[in-house]
Design a protein around this ligand. Sequence first.
Ligand SMILES: [Zn+2]
Ligand SMILES: [Zn+2]
Ligand SMILES: [Zn+2]
Ligand SMILES: [Zn+2]
Length: 133
Amino acid sequence: MGKNNKWLDPNKINKRQQDRYCKFCKQKATQVRILKHENICEDCVQRLRSEKKGRYACKGCGKIAPQQLKENNGYCKDCICKICGKADPKFVQQHGFCKECFQLIGTDCKKCGKEAEAQVKRNDGLCDNCAGR
Ligand SMILES: [Zn+2]
Ligand SMILES: [Zn+2]
Ligand SMILES: [Zn+2]
Ligand SMILES: [Zn+2]
């Protein structure tokens, strides 16, 4: 899916889509780009992203992903640790895990013990060989 598919474009909408509007400010799909899944216009998306309140926009990175936020206490899946689920936006976005899990995993393969830091991080604790890559 391309990036543009998420938005209704005022210049490209069909008849049925003309009636859609932003659920916050009520701007119409004929006036402004609207995020299809959530019915939120571009202006409101920007506002929500900067507020980062955790209901529509992730408290960590500001991504609009209401379903993920509901499941993860206000954070999108890119901001929570893949292993323990803890929110640690800055660290997780860099490493994929929270600080504690990152240290736990270490740099050695859990299966064969080979030291291969990059591979181990990439494969949740396994080297490329053991991960079957
Ligand atoms: Zn709006
Ligand atoms: Zn996030
Ligand atoms: Zn963790
Ligand atoms: Zn291994």
